[in-house]
Design a protein around this ligand. Structure first.
Ligand SMILES: [Cu+2]
Length: 142
């Protein structure tokens, strides 16, 4: 074999080795980290004071008007749902319904909106609106 052919063969082998090493290196090199796909969590729906469905079983209505509960006192049987509905003529006037012992409370709601609560246990449930002094009522379950 002539010397120049050996030299070419050597160069070829070196070149192949280099390419192979490069390919191995390329395989070992980790690719760029893909950002973890993280979808935004779905926001929870705002609690709405407006009833979506009619309550099951008996119900009584209490209207909110002129910063008063009407009627301010209701007597109901256990299992009855009380529905407080604002009928204020001023659309932005807010009220709420809060148990005096703070065991339950509505969010603030405006005219046309309602809050409802089912009373299952006998007792006297006093409540008020903390936005208007003297705006109070009572549910007697017997
Ligand atoms: Cu009020």
């Amino acid at each position: 074999m002539p010397a120049w052919t050996r030299a070419r063969a050597l160069i070829l082998i070196l070149a192949l080795a280099s390419v192979t090493a490069g390919a191995l290196n390329a395989q070992e090199t980790p690719g760029p980290e893909l950002p973890a796909t993280q979808s935004e969590p779905e926001p929870l729906p705002e609690p709405s004071p407006t009833p979506v469905t009619e309550p099951e079983g008996p119900s009584v209505s209490v209207r909110l008007r002129s910063n008063r509960f009407m009627p301010a006192i209701v007597r109901i049987a256990p299992g009855t749902t009380v529905i407080w509905t604002s009928e204020e003529p001023e659309p932005d006037l807010e009220h709420n319904v809060i148990a005096r012992d703070y065991r339950w409370a509505s969010s603030n709601f405006v005219a046309g909106e309602s809050y409802q609560r089912r009373f299952t246990l006998p007792g006297e449930y006093r409540y008020f609106c903390d936005l208007h002094g003297g705006m109070a009522g009572r549910v007697t379950v017997e």
